[in-house]
Design a binder for this molecule. Structure first.
Ligand SMILES: Cc1cc2nc3c(=O)[nH]c(=O)nc-3n(C[C@H](O)[C@H](O)[C@H](O)COP(=O)(O)O)c2cc1C
Length: 323
């Protein structure tokens, strides 16, 4: 039975690492307010963790199991099942990673893959072993999965870290949303109020764009939502704006379509509005007023009266760049 297996830590010895002298030092970023801790077997969660780290320029540390993972898929499935069963009995698998204290951190990001609907076992062990040190600290959870939800693992974190402040919004990236990682992460970090220091914001994070039509350049300001962020991440773009409905709109079809999940819908377009028409996935720049639609998402607006440059017959070749 698992109790006698040395690869597990019984409830009696769960605090072993808290009393252990040997602790791990996170890799430091410039912003010491945040720490990203992650566990990852096939690098999906690692990639998300590194993206959060690079956006925030903060500290990062991998949580590793004592016994490395086997490459064989069936073997890892068996191991995960066995470890999850042991955790239900109160026996947490041994891990290599231990952190001395979290005193300097405002938020500790905790990332893991979903295994059988649960938080992957190394991170459960880490949380268990550091629960008292995480007391009173803010924790933000993120996970990757094939398609499963994050909810059960949030409950697991809540029941292990009873004294921590769990940030309500967590981030899940499934195999279908993983390609939109950057925009999803940016939007999530905004929502939970985790920011780079002001001085660290790079110029490229500008919400302003240039639209070049021949020799003329007009400007637009993008909205602060995930769809607009995804649009900005595609720039520079050279596209043909097709005329639609007698110069009512100039449209094009980004490929893949821009992320719209979780973005508030509904817009009554006025001239200059840059929108997404969700059912078709096209970007529509309005040259004329149009009626309200719940299927439109506003992602930006062309500044001043510059929309007149697009209010001409036919299709228009443009180059769009971030300022
Ligand atoms: C042991 C094991 C169990 C898994 N269980 C689930 C599951 O219940 N639901 C799911 O959507 N994906 C499941 N997956 C897929 C992983 O959650 C997904 O591939 C994840 O992105 C892997 O992250 P990583 O690359 O950081 O290890 C499982 C993977 C493994 C290895």
């Amino acid at each position: 039975c698992g109790k006698s297996d040395e690869s597990f830590i019984s409830e009696q010895t769960e605090n072993r690492n808290e009393n252990n002298d040997k602790t791990d030092t996170p890799i430091s970023g410039k912003n010491g307010h945040y720490l990203v801790l992650y566990s990852s077997r096939t690098n999906n969660t690692e990639h998300v963790a590194q993206t959060i780290q690079s956006i925030l320029d903060c500290d990062i540390l991998e949580v590793e199991p004592q016994i490395p993972y086997d490459d064989d898929y069936n073997s890892i499935l068996n191991r995960a099942q066995k470890e999850l069963e042991e955790i239900r009995q109160g026996n947490y698998p041994a891990i290599k990673t231990s952190v001395d204290n979290f005193d300097n951190y405002d938020i500790i990001f905790i990332g893991y893959p979903i295994w059988y609907g649960s938080m992957a076992t190394p991170m459960q062990s880490f949380l268990r072993q550091h629960a008292s040190k995480l007391s009173g600290k803010q924790i933000a959870l993120f996970a990757t999965s094939g398609s499963s939800d994050i909810a059960s693992s949030v409950n697991e974190a809540r029941s292990i870290c009873t004294e921590s402040i769990l940030i309500e919004q967590s981030l899940l990236l499934t195999s279908s949303t993983l390609p939109q990682m950057e925009s999803r992460i940016t939007e999530w970090l905004d929502r939970i109020g985790a920011d780079r220091e002001e001085s660290d914001i790079p110029e490229s994070s500008s919400q302003n764009i240039n639209i070049k039509i021949g020799n003329r350049t007009i400007t637009a300001t993008m909205e602060d939502n995930a769809a607009a962020q995804d649009f900005l991440s595609r720039l520079p773009l050279e596209v043909t704006l097709n005329d639609y409905n007698n110069t009512t709109e100039k449209i094009f079809y980004p490929s893949p379509t821009l992320t719209t999940e979780g973005v508030t819908r509904g817009c009554t377009p006025i001239p200059g509005d840059i929108t997404i028409y969700v059912p078709w996935g096209n970007v529509a720049i309005f040259c004329k007023n149009w009626s309200h639609s719940n299927d439109l998402i506003k992602i930006g607006h062309i500044n001043g009266n510059d929309i007149e440059a697009l209010s001409i017959d036919g299709d228009i070749q443009v180059k769009i760049e971030q300022q």
